[in-house]
Ligand binder design. Structure first.
Ligand code: MIG
Length: 638
């Protein structure tokens, strides 16, 4: 273990978040290059003109994070726009790199942290806290790949999914019945497009109650699971964080009886509202509550379910009883006065600020295995610990089996228990590009099994956007088409050129042996599946600013087309490579290109793959599902 490359500094009285798995002796004195101001609750470092900042995991904007204000404050945020500061995750690991020397930082703190990366002052990096209690790890290494490796050893091995989880998954918020799901299966089958998973969103449940299945919509669920599996398809149900308050509902009753829900100051269970109506939140920070909730997954694994997605675990709160009452009182006050402009904006603000209100996160407490702690101080751990509950339970329930698990909210450490999807993006070209840029930083933080809602969740997806997005997502371990209720239907069979969709998905299946092998390496060697060019080509300064081409594993570079109405793009090659312009796994042009700039054609149905010198790309013969792929019958392109 590379402990000599890691220095730990302790500020104040930090809680143990569970992110770190390695013992590191505490260093004394001031961390090199950083100034700490206890009174201002700030850390500061100067950024040289050359300095790039890589990391912070799941965030908005570019691969180089310089020039914006990022906040670790897990948020149910469906607007992933460049003016935002927080998404669903807090991954407080980053590398400052001036091209020659670089250093990594991990701020292990479960509450709010603000990263002002040349935002207030373009040459200053300031990190601000609400509570100045944290462990700071300084991670050294000759180059970013080495720093990432040292960091990842510090936080433990990433989650390894079952191999079938590399297949293609279809999802939509709105499939209500077994027949809706059969239709998806049938239409994919008719077109011969491979499919491994169909996701079940909240409508499969009885009144949105976790670990229930609506018996009218899904009669004989166990047999239905079997029926789908015969077609090579696994059903992946969603699990939400909130537990419906309802007499007679076992999860609710056990949670109340066992004191397993989050409590208010007065000791009563917090009442919040989410999809099921009024809910209590399991206190996942408490190991007893984790064990209890984790065991509930067995209700579904017992009937053949082998994978889950954990949602709404920031946790998302539509409203709390207390806050709603305050809002109504305030509105009532405003109702009785002549409303001036300020009063009018007060009124609209009262209503628009109800959901995910920061005040609500200060209304409840955890029993963090004996330590009573107010939620906002450990807010960013909630999704991690929900997923940890499941991960720990799977080791008891199915020790010899891998279960698919990914979550919306996360913190470093959760990467040992599951992957992530990047939440409610939109059917926008800019969000395809965002997806491309998020992959390396997610990998840095340990989230290797990850991906976005392909085609976009909100908004209406056009055929060309779906095609281009698919052409990128065939490289992401989590490969799922998902869309929101009320949006245009975007299953691949909804569009005209189903032949091309089939070819692209088949190409994914042909790539699975390669992707699985490179994924496994990333897990075993604590490396990254997706890397920015500059991580590997340190001597080529041109690579520093390239954010729309990525290295995927050791053998290939990709250059996805992410703009509408484009049939080609400029690509920069740091060294000579063989370019493949692929229409399907067995229909492609190959051309040797020299190092340098090139304009390369890529029609809507064509994927660009570049093979690095001395490498070869293995391809399998596609099958209708991963279980039927022959990993031994490979052909190679070199
Ligand atoms: O408030 O379950 O991010 O994937 O389809 C919306 C319904 C709740 C948010 C998830 C999305 C899912 C949706 N959920």
């Amino acid at each position: 273990m590379a402990v000599e490359n890691i220095k730990k500094y302790v500020f104040g009285n930090p809680l143990n978040t569970g992110a770190v798995v390695m013992e590191v002796a505490q260093s004394s004195g001031n961390p090199e290059g950083l100034s700490a101001d206890q009174a201002a609750k700030e850390l500061k470092t100067e950024l040289s003109k050359e300095a790039f900042v890589y990391g912070l995991g799941e965030t908005i904007r570019g691969i180089n994070k310089r020039g914006w204000l990022y906040r670790s404050n897990n948020a149910d945020e469906p607007h992933h726009e460049e003016g935002k500061n927080s998404l669903y995750a807090s991954h407080n690991f980053f590398i400052v790199d001036d091209g020659n020397s670089c250093i990594g930082y991990f701020i292990d703190h479960p509450g709010f942290v603000e990263f002002d990366i040349g935002y207030t002052d373009k040459d200053l990096f300031t990190i601000r806290f609400n509570d100045f209690d944290f462990d700071l790890y300084l991670i050294s290494g000759k180059e970013p790949n080495e720093i990432v490796k040292n960091f990842r050893e510090l936080v433990g091995k990433s989650y390894m999914p079952p191999v079938w989880a590399f297949g293609y998954g279809q999802s939509r918020w709105g499939y209500k019945t077994a027949d809706d799901i059969r239709t998806v299966r049938d239409r994919y089958k008719e077109l011969g497009i491979p499919l491994d998973m169909i996701y079940m969103d909240i409508d499969y449940m009885q009144d949105y109650k976790d670990f229930t299945v609506n018996p009218e919509r899904f009669p004989d669920f166990e047999n239905f699971v079997k029926e789908m599996k015969e077609d090579g398809i696994r059903l992946i149900p969603i699990i939400d964080a909130g537990v419906k308050i309802q007499e007679g509902y076992d999860v609710y009753e056990e949670g109340v009886k066992g004191n397993l829900f989050c409590k208010k100051e007065d000791g009563k269970n917090l009442v919040a509202a989410v999809w099921p109506g009024k809910v209590h939140f399991p206190d996942f920070l408490n190991s007893k509550a984790r064990e209890w909730f984790g065991d509930k997954y067995k209700v579904l694994t017992d009937v053949g379910i082998e994978g889950f997605w954990n949602d709404m675990n920031e946790p998302a709160i539509f409203y709390t009883e207390e806050h709603l009452k305050e809002v109504f009182d305030d509105i009532h006050d405003l109702e009785n006065i002549e409303l001036d402009i300020e009063g009018f904006f007060n009124l609209t603000g009262l209503v628009s600020g109800i959901a995910n209100n920061p005040e609500d996160y200060r209304r409840f407490f955890h029993d963090f295995d004996g330590v009573k702690v107010r939620h906002d101080k450990v807010h960013n751990l909630y999704g991690f610990y929900m997923t940890r509950a499941a991960g720990e339970a799977f080791e008891r329930i199915a020790p010899d089996k891998k279960i698919l698990m990914f979550s919306r909210a996360s913190y470093v450490g959760m990467h040992r228990y599951g992957g992530v999807w990047t939440g409610d993006n939109m059917s926008w070209w800019s969000h395809l590009l965002l997806n491309i840029k998020q992959m390396p930083s997610l990998n840095m933080a340990g989230f290797i099994y990850s991906g976005a809602d392909t085609g976009g969740f909100g908004g209406d997806c056009t055929e060309d956007l779906m095609m281009r997005w698919l052409e990128f997502s065939i490289f992401t371990p989590l490969f799922r088409n998902h869309a929101a209720l009320g949006t245009r239907e975007q299953e691949l069979y909804q569009f005209k050129d189903s032949e091309s969709f089939k070819n692209i998905v088949e190409l994914r299946y042909a790539l699975i042996p390669y992707l699985y092998q490179e994924f496994t390496k990333a897990v075993e060697n604590s490396s990254m599946l997706f890397r920015p060019l500059f991580f590997d080509y340190r001597d080529d300064s041109r690579c520093r600013e390239i954010e729309d081409q990525l290295l995927v594993g050791d053998a290939i570079m990709i250059a996805p087309v992410y703009e509408q109405n484009k049939t080609g793009k400029y690509v920069y090659l740091p060294e000579g490579m063989k370019m493949l312009r692929m229409r399907s796994y067995n229909d492609y042009d190959a051309e040797m290109l020299e190092a340098g700039d090139h304009y390369v054609k890529a029609e809507l149905n064509e994927v660009l793959i570049f093979i690095r010198p001395g490498q070869k790309l293995p391809l399998a013969k596609p099958a209708r599902c991963v279980d039927e792929l022959d990993f031994n019958d490979l052909s190679y392109i070199s």
